[in-house]
Every structure is written in C-alpha cells, then in structure tokens.
Design a protein. Structure first.
Length: 519
C-alpha cells in the first residue's frame, strides 16, 4: 500500500497490528531463498524501504491509538464561543517516513473556525509537512540549493515537496531567529578575556524590485554587453549589501612584530594563537546595516552586562560603519577599543607598491614588508602616506595616470583623520588585542559568498534573509537549540492563541487502565 493513499485506521483494530504484520512480512522476505543470494546492496535497499514503511505504520497507529482515547471535552475558542458540536475528523501529514493519517475530533460552532484539541496536543503544523520535514528542509537549505533540497527530502524521507513549498517552509523555519537570540542566556565573558565585535558588508545579487532605490535606478540606466548573462562589472548594480556581524570571546595574545610578519615568524607561532570561543555569526540583506551593528552590541551586552571586560571592535574603516559603531557604543555607555583591520590597510599599501614597482615584483614585496614593519612598530598612517609620496616623487617620470590615481587613493585612506587614529597596532600587539578581521572575513565568505553567490541566483529579500539566518544558526552551532525554541513558539502561534486564555484543553487522560481497555 502506498503511503500517499493510507487507509483510515479503524479503532476496532488492535493497536500496531498492521505494523506487526508488516514486520512479519519483511522477516519472511529476508529469510527466503531468493534473498539469501542477493547482494548486500539489494538487501540494504529492501531493509531501508521496508523499515521506513514500518516506521510510517507505527507512527500512524500511534495517532490512531491517541484518537481512540480522545474524550469529548468543553472547548472554548479565543473568541469566547464554545464549540458544542463535535464530529470525527482526520487530516494527512507528510512526515519524514511518508504520509500518515491523523484522526481526531473537530469541535464546531456556527460561523466559527473549527478547533482540534488533538492537533494542539500533537503540535501539528498548519501546513501539510511535519515539523520533521520542516527541520530537514531548514537545515539542508543552509548548504544546498532549492533543487538539491527537493531531491534530498524525496530520497531520504519519501516526502514529496516542491520548490515553492521549500521557499515557504524556510521562511517559517527562520521566523524566530531574532527572538531566540534576544531571549537566550549567553555565557558570560570570563575575567581577563576580550569581547570582540566585528562587522562587514557583502553583496548579494537580488531581484530587480528588491534593489535599493539608488541601485535600482543605476541598474535601469545601465546597458549590457551581451544579452544572455551579466559580464564582469555588470553585477555591481544588481547587488544589495548584506551586513555581516560576529561576536566572540578570545583570550589576549601578546605578540611581537616577528609573530605577525610572515617572513619572521617561526613554525610554532600559529599554534600559540588562542581560538575564538562562543562565536556567533549572522547576516541580513533586508535589515539596515545600522540595525545589525546594534544587534551585535546588544549581543555583547548580554555577555558582559556590567561592561567590565575590554570590548574590541574590528572594522575595515568604512565611514558609515565607523559612525554606527561609535553611536552604539555611546548609546550603551560602554568604552570600546576600535581597530582598523591590518589586512585592509595592507591592501592599500600593496596598491601603492604595484603603482610604484609594477605587478608581481620582488622589490614591491620587500617594500611592502618594510612599510608593514613600520606600521607595526609605531608609525602612523600619516607617516606611511608621506613615505609613499616621497617614493612617488622620486619615480614621477615613470608613473602614468592610473598609477598616480592609485597612490593618491592609498594616501587618502591612510591619512583620513577618523581612520588613522584607529591604526595603533604597536599598542594592540603589546596589549594582546586582535588586529585582523579574519573571523568576519571568513563569515562573509561562508555565510554569504559560498551559499548566496551561486551562478544564476537572484534572491528575494525574504528568501535571502531566511537562508542567511538558517545558515548562521548552523555556523554558530545553535541550530538544535533554536529548533526546540522554534517549536515551542509554533505551538503558541498555531494552537494556544486560538483557545480561551491561551490554554489548550487536554483531549485525553491516559493511564495503564485506559491502554488495557483499548487493547
């Protein structure tokens, strides 16, 4: 019998009789002569399919047993109206072991929605798909495409689901993300540890209607070199920035310049690096960047409510981002140490080096190493800019307009008053503070680029945010705890809110005597 056409279970049948009969039939097949000559793969496939059907029958007959024990009770809806008419009813549920029938009583009143206390007791979802299927979809969409998830659900559960239904389920599955972290008790930061916040942006190609207004206008005015796809550079006006954030705890690590410079550090240096702990990463393309930065500070405050630890904020130096960070620090009244990521600074130094010496030149590498050494030993961004300008003047005859432009851009970055005060790397190394944004760069790559930047992908804001949230839960190691929280909230939304006083009536009272009567 196909699971899709499951029979209604008669209450006259002994509980689990069909499952036992199926088990006996499977035992007979596994014991026959033909199966004794089968390969292990054939036996394994048969056992897997038969086992799934046995599990489906057990689940279905459990629901039938509960229906047989269901008693008529007084049911009053949230509207204050009693449902005094009762009839037998049933619904179907697509589960991880196939489609099952769930018999239950329907309580009715004229002009009012039906109520099913057994649905509430079981916390059945309003959709066709069980919470087990929803969990599988929500967990796998974080790493696989929609088509891959559809195939995976079919292969491993037998449930049939369409891409549109996957899109709906992941939005519902990610619904309680913000509430979970707002209400979750965070582990407090230990004495002596650093509390680190870092944030950055990463572009996602979104549907035209979901672009920000200025980007949408630019996209409408742009022209395409070819018709069938976007060429390099043309995606610029097709993206919307996702703001990525991370908060974590790490022990201070006092270092020297030799510990940082690649050419000077020994093989044991990296082994000494303390690993981040209690790391949380997340991202949103729908929320404003300022909102994500605020969430990062609020997460940090939950970890250090008295603001007794040293808070370190690592940024790339983008002005709007810096203003948002400083505004949040003022709002919470917490003192923070802000540092510009050394890797971003180094990239500008490299741009100047390529302009001065050309691409892939050993002399340029040596020159960059000397500038980095100076930066790590107390030189300011202004000092570096003056050095770069001196080299540019000494090579003025060999520089073209592109090289001069690159040098000017590097010097402007290094001399920005807001930014250059945040390049105190000598003191940071001495105090054991992190100076690079490796954690947030990794988060941008894993959370956003690896999953969202697939060829041909065009995201809606709602769909993109749902995937980012579910991927963040997996990356932070919080998915299982979140799902338990989510199911509790689902019961409140889908069931408790429909009854008077939010109290779900109990449809059965079970004791050993009741079970003996049913048997």
């Amino acid at each position: 019998m196909s699971a899709a056409y499951a029979e209604t279970i008669s209450s006259a049948q002994p509980p689990f009789s069909r499952a036992r009969a199926h088990g006996a039939e499977v035992e007979g097949v596994l014991s026959n002569v033909e199966m004794m000559h089968a390969s292990h793969a054939e036996v394994e496939t048969f056992a897997e399919k038969s086992g799934r059907e046995w599990a489906r029958l057990m689940l279905e007959e459990h629901f039938a047993l509960r229906a047989a024990l269901e008693q008529r009770i007084s049911v009053v809806g949230a509207d204050g109206v009693e449902r005094d008419s009762v009839r037998d009813s049933q619904r179907h549920l697509e589960t991880v072991v196939g489609t099952v029938t769930v018999p239950r009583k329907a309580y009715q009143a004229t002009g009012r929605e039906d109520l099913h206390p057994m649905d509430a007791a079981l916390n059945l979802p309003p959709e066709l798909f069980s919470h087990g299927v929803q969990r599988m979809v929500s967990k796998e969409i974080a790493r696989a495409s929609f088509d891959e998830v559809v195939a995976l659900v079919s292969d491993y559960s037998g449930a049939q689901i369409a891409k549109r239904q996957v899109a709906e389920l992941i939005v519902r599955g990610a619904l309680d993300f913000d509430a979970f972290y707002e209400l979750r008790k965070s582990e407090l930061v230990a004495i002596g540890d650093l509390l680190v916040i870092s944030t950055d942006g990463k572009g996602i190609v979104v549907r035209h209607e979901d672009l920000r207004e200025a980007t949408r206008r630019a996209a409408e005015q742009s022209t395409h070199k070819i018709e069938t796809r976007l060429t390099p550079g043309e995606k610029h006006n097709r993206k919307r920035m996702a703001q990525v954030a991370t908060v974590y705890t790490v022990a201070p690590w006092v270092r020297t310049v030799a510990d940082v410079l690649h050419t000077l550090r020994d093989a044991t240096t990296e082994a000494k690096r303390p690993a981040p702990r209690n790391k949380r990463v997340w991202a949103s393309v729908e929320k404003h960047a300022r909102k994500i930065i605020r969430e990062a500070f609020e997460d940090a405050l939950r970890r250090d409510p008295a603001c007794l630890r040293l808070w370190v904020v690592l940024v790339d130096g983008e002005p709007k981002q810096l203003r948002a960070v400083k505004a949040e620090a003022r709002r919470l009244g917490v003192k923070v140490t802000i540092l510009v990521d050394i890797v971003h600074v180094l990239e500008y130094i490299w741009k100047a080096a390529r302009a001065l010496f050309g691409e892939s030149c050993p002399e340029a590498e040596e020159w960059v190493g000397a500038r980095l050494h100076a930066l790590l030993t107390g030189s300011s961004g202004g000092d570096l800019a003056r050095t770069i300008r001196w080299w540019a003047n000494s090579r003025a005859d060999s520089l073209d307009d592109a090289a001069r432009k690159a040098i000017a851009k590097a010097c402007a970055y290094l001399t920005d008053r807001t930014r250059t005060r945040l390049m105190r790397y000598e003191a940071a190394l001495r105090d054991g503070l992190p100076i690079s944004t490796g954690v947030i760069e990794g988060a941008c790559r894993y959370l956003v680029k690896d999953r969202m930047d697939r060829t041909g992908a065009r995201w809606s804001l709602v769909g993109a945010d749902a995937v980012l949230r579910l991927r963040a839960l997996r990356a932070s190691g919080d998915f299982d705890d979140y799902w338990s929280f989510h199911l509790a909230r689902e019961k409140e939304r889908s069931h408790a809110s429909r009854y008077a006083g939010g109290a779900i009536p109990v449809p059965i009272t079970v004791g050993k005597r009741h079970l003996r009567l049913v048997k």
